[in-house]
Design a protein around this ligand. Structure first.
Ligand code: PBG
Length: 338
């Protein structure tokens, strides 16, 4: 028997399904829509808008502007907004006292935004770093970030945010056990419907750089207390994956409704493993440095902006994310035809 003749042409041509837009749309495996986006936004204590120089196109917004932005989010079909505070440096202290100010800028913003657009979810960072003069996420004693003392403050902060009408609390501090204590406190205070999205797998990352400018937290650490110039004693080592799964498992057991991986683009493998392993809504944060990187390249004409934004966001959906926290949210929603 002679061997079958080699086919002169391939029978299977994968390009057949790519030949026209209609068939590409028909076989597309994942879709990005405005409903996948959480708009990351910085609010400040003053009036008007103040551009953040390392994040072209992003400004700190006054409470009034933030309320207008909530109305815009509703119009664009963006389901939720995550707000972060910029606090005047002179008013910060070592323990982040202003985090507990019931009249603070975040609290005023939550109220104004929920008044203006109650249909839009508002998510608050539960964290001390915008309020501490050293920029760390915890209370420091003898150069160490105290875990349990920090949790007490975080819980008090979270309760004030919930009281103001925040829909989602997002602890971003990486203290051990804070999700469980926060959940218990919310239940005890009658806030059983307030959701927790934990920054479950949060890495000590260079990509948060522009955020420090945005919230005015400057360089980390102060010589006087001897604390380190990075967050490696509480945020995760970027070499690790298994540890991320342990962090996520703990936060789910403690009562997190949704979990987050942060940063985003350099950690798509973590997003995929978390989403596949736990089957809980898994979000990715496309952080300030990722935004800055894309804007720097598009601003120089090195990348096509529209395609770079949509491709980067689409990659999170492909990895299995339920949604993306991103500074590109309003721009992306418009690109998506909202
Ligand atoms: C800190 C916090 C950070 C961000 C959100 N919450 C910075 C950090 O952990 O040092 C970063 C957001 C961004 O870079 O866009 N609680």
């Amino acid at each position: 028997m002679s061997p079958a003749p080699l086919a002169a042409y391939p029978a299977l041509r994968l390009r057949r399904l790519r030949q026209a837009d209609w068939v590409r749309r028909l076989v597309r495996e994942t879709v990005l829509t405005p409903s996948d986006l959480i708009w990351s936004m910085v609010v400040h204590e003053g009036e008007g808008e103040i551009p953040v120089s390392s994040m072209p196109g992003v400004s700190r917004l006054s409470v009034k502007k933030a309320a207008e932005a909530a109305v815009e989010a509703r119009k664009l079909g963006i389901p939720a907004i995550a707000i972060f505070p910029h606090i005047d440096g002179a008013r910060k202290d070592a323990t982040g006292s202003l985090a507990l100010d019931p009249n603070g800028v975040i609290i005023r913003a939550v109220k104004a935004m929920k008044d203006a657009a109650p249909e839009v979810g508002i998510m608050c960072d539960v964290a001390l770093d915008p309020f501490t003069d050293h920029g760390h996420d915890g209370v420091i004693e003898n150069g160490r970030i105290l875990n349990d003392a920090t949790i007490e403050k975080l819980v008090a902060q979270g309760l004030i945010q919930a009281e103001a009408g925040a829909d989602i609390l997002a602890p971003s501090d990486m203290m051990d056990g804070r999700v469980g204590v926060l959940r218990q406190a919310l239940e005890g205070a009658g806030h059983q419907d307030v959701m927790i999205m934990s920054y479950a797998a949060k890495y000590a990352s260079a990509f948060y750089g522009p955020y420090r400018e945005a919230i005015g937290s400057g360089k980390l650490g102060t010589g006087s207390v001897g604390n380190p110039g990075d967050k490696k004693t509480y945020q995760m080592d970027h070499a690790n994956t298994e540890e991320a799964l342990r962090e996520v498992a703990l936060d789910i057991a403690e009562g997190a409704d949704m979990v987050m991986v942060k940063p985003g683009m350099p950690y798509l493998d973590i997003v995929q493993r978390v989403a596949e392993t736990f089957r809980v809504p898994t979000f990715a944060f496309q952080v300030s440095g990722e935004y800055a990187m894309i804007k720097a390249a598009t601003g120089n004409g090195w990348l096509d902006e529209e395609r770079a934004i949509l491709e980067s966001l689409g990659a999170f959906k492909r990895a299995g994310a339920a949604g993306i926290i991103t500074y590109f949210a309003p721009v992306a929603a418009r690109l998506l035809g909202a």
